[in-house]
Design a binder for this molecule. Structure first.
Ligand code: SAM
Length: 629
């Protein structure tokens, strides 16, 4: 019997379940769905700490499982299936995500955490519609999640071990199976029982209805209200959000060259948009009135964004993550003592950082998440601490004057720091040793993260000598000489910078192919090279300065010489959110601006460069390579 008529819609399609779970297979077969089972080979190794909420982790894992199968089948069969379904179930308790236990002791640890408490079971589900152009896989990704609350009884140690010895916990998220013996551990369930078993069938069927039977446009009635916005107002808002989010999403660089898009076709009825950690919109559809009156989550995230940024900035500035480095667990009072702050204030900061998934909180105290350990501890290899301090101490004060910047169309250094800035570097960043080192640290930390992408976006092996103009601490040069064994790099920067680069050089790496030369690229001679590099330099300056600099470089180049520009490139559809925000950043603090690929192409061609190629690396810098003709 087919309970959900929409399942019939899938009869003529080749449907694949990307899961080996017999429970999921049983649930879907009993609903009348005909499908093949192709277990995904995607390793469930996503960094949990990088997801702001647990269900995003489950949805992302489900998506990756489904996409892996879609890709593999497309390669193997020279055509993809029509639909791939991926799912991932997790259990969360006390801010921790529990998956399948690795052994009996792990099962015991999990079950003890759940004992006597309410926990959440989330299943992230992804429905991937596949098609192919040539052999190129094209996919539309629809994601949702379901949450069910489960309360465990107070269980004795004996009973826990008896259950563990039954062998049942081992292949189940959270270490129990509610549909069998594990059902005896459960006092009550709030929500979809099948979701706890492993697949939210009810929500899945609703989702299919929304996908395959969208309500006709004229089914929407517009009701006028005096003070309370009508339901339709929210719908329209969501539609707009969906449009922009969908655009953003299509910029996300995922597996190989596949173009992924997300979002729903036509009208989907009631929508609630969630952003996943890769900037993808997640459309959670539900028909209940409650969801319609909720504030749109995308807007709530934007509203709170500045609070989250500042909480992270302050915790970095107070060196909270440094204090908790390694496996340290500290109570709020101990942290407060170390950072010379109030206990109540510290506790609130720590709790907020826990909510932001930068810290973990257990009975032993607070500790760093993997994300904080890797990027927020000030001396970790890929620390963003330097960049965050620049954002806190320099960018934040400028951004408080954004309104004036927009009205006046000029930078706001005079308002934020009490002085007019003619030369951004001499007058602003380098006016004291403290600000100079802070800026250099910022550039160093962000370049550490992006240098590899930039250095490998193009094959640069034909060049023998490169000159990185405004190359700062030489971070890109260090990666370039690793990638290209025949390349020598000159890092050219202002004397203020070159005098202070020694503290930024790696230990144990042979840097003899890097030379540091000080000078002013507007006034002094520039070293000769067959590849010139400008990373985050052009965006700092007004057009006349850029023309002067590019003319100078062009005059030095011989035919075949290269110019590599590394900047955030603006796209014409506002997809690249970081680049567009960086464009505001340039408004508040410089006379420069970010540019589109078209603008860069025109600029470079005006100066005698041809064969302009652009790679959007998907990280914080895009790369443009061109050749002097
Ligand atoms: N290229 C580095 C990166 O991407 O991380 C640093 C970029 S930073 C925004 C600009 C760099 O240009 C700074 O290191 C600065 O000192 C350097 N710079 C600014 N004006 C300069 C000038 N007139 N001559 C040489 N270098 C200059």
């Amino acid at each position: 019997m087919v309970l959900c008529p929409v399942i019939r819609k899938l009869v003529s399609k080749r449907v694949v379940l990307a899961s080996a779970s017999p429970r999921r297979q049983e649930i879907l077969s009993s609903a009348g769905l005909r499908f093949e089972v192709v277990p995904s080979r995607f390793k469930e190794t996503l960094d949990k700490a990088s997801f702001s909420v647990p269900y995003e982790y489950a949805m992302e894992t489900a998506k990756q499982k489904a996409l892996e199968v879609a890709n593999r089948m497309n390669v193997k069969d020279f055509r993809p299936p029509d639909v791939v379904i991926g799912a991932d179930t997790i259990v969360t308790v006390d801010g921790l995500i529990l998956e399948k236990p690795t052994d009996k002791q792990d099962a015991y640890n999990m079950l003890s955490r759940l004992n006597g408490k309410v926990h959440s079971v989330f299943t992230g589900v992804t429905i991937v519609h596949c098609s192919s152009k040539g052999n190129q896989l094209e996919t539309e990704v629809f994601k949702f999640y379901e949450e069910t609350k489960v309360k465990f009884s107070d269980l004795s140690e004996e009973l826990l071990w008896e259950y563990i010895h039954s062998g049942e916990p081992m292949d189940k998220a959270g270490g129990y199976g509610i549909q069998a013996l594990g059902g005896m551990l459960v006092e009550y369930v709030h929500g979809d029982f099948l979701n706890v078993v492993g697949f939210p069938l009810n929500h899945f069927c609703k989702k299919l209805v929304e996908l395959y039977y969208p309500p006709p446009k004229d089914a929407i009635h517009h009701v006028k209200h005096d003070s309370i916005p009508s339901v339709e107002t929210f719908e329209v808002l969501s539609d707009e959000e969906l449009g922009s989010s969908t655009q953003r999403n299509s910029n996300v660089k995922l597996q190989g060259d596949n173009a992924f898009s997300s979002g729903a076709p036509g009208s989907l009825g009631k929508k609630e948009i969630h952003q996943d950690t890769m900037g993808e919109p997640v459309v959670k559809c539900s028909g209940d009135m409650e969801s319609l009156t909720k504030f749109p989550s995308t807007l709530v995230e934007l509203l709170d964004g500045f609070k989250a940024s500042k909480a992270m900035f302050v915790a970095c500035k107070l060196k909270v993550f440094d204090l908790l480095k390694g496996k340290a667990h500290l109570k709020a009072k101990d942290v407060a003592d170390h950072i010379s702050a109030s206990v109540c204030g510290t506790e609130r900061l720590l709790d907020s950082c826990t909510a932001l998934q930068l810290l973990k909180k257990t009975n032993q105290g607070y500790s760093n998440t993997g994300l904080a350990e890797k990027y927020l501890v000030s001396d970790s290899e890929y620390s963003l601490h330097g960049y965050i301090m620049h954002a806190n101490d320099h960018v934040w004060p400028l951004f408080t004057h954004l309104e004036s910047a927009v009205k006046e169309g000029t930078n706001q250094n005079h308002r934020a720091f009490g002085k007019n800035v003619q030369d951004l570097f001499q007058d602003s960043y380098y006016h004291s040793m403290e600000t100079k080192l802070r800026f250099m640290n910022a550039m160093h930390s962000i370049m550490k993260l992006t240098a590899r992408d930039v250095a490998t976006a193009f094959d640069l092996s034909r060049f023998r000598s490169a000159c990185d103009l405004g190359g700062c601490t030489g971070t890109l040069a260090q990666v370039l000489i690793q990638e290209y064994p025949n390349l020598k790099v000159t890092v050219f920067d202002l004397p203020d910078v070159i005098e202070n680069v020694s503290g930024f050089q790696p230990t144990g790496q042979d840097t003899s192919r890097i030379t540091f030369t000080s000078g002013d690229f507007f006034k002094d001679n520039i070293p000769e090279a067959d590849l010139y590099i400008l990373s985050r330099v052009l965006h700092d300056w007004p057009d006349d300065k850029i023309d002067a600099l590019l003319s100078k470089i062009s005059d030095l180049c011989t035919p075949g010489s290269g110019l590599l520009l590394n900047e955030m490139v603006l796209d014409d559809k506002n997809r690249n959110r970081s680049a567009w925000l960086q464009s505001l950043n340039m408004l508040v603090q410089t006379e420069g601006k970010e540019r589109s690929s078209y603008e860069y192409r025109c600029l470079l061609e005006q100066h005698g460069f041809r064969n302009v190629k652009i790679v959007q690396t998907g990280s914080l810098l895009d790369t443009i390579l061109c050749t002097k003709c």
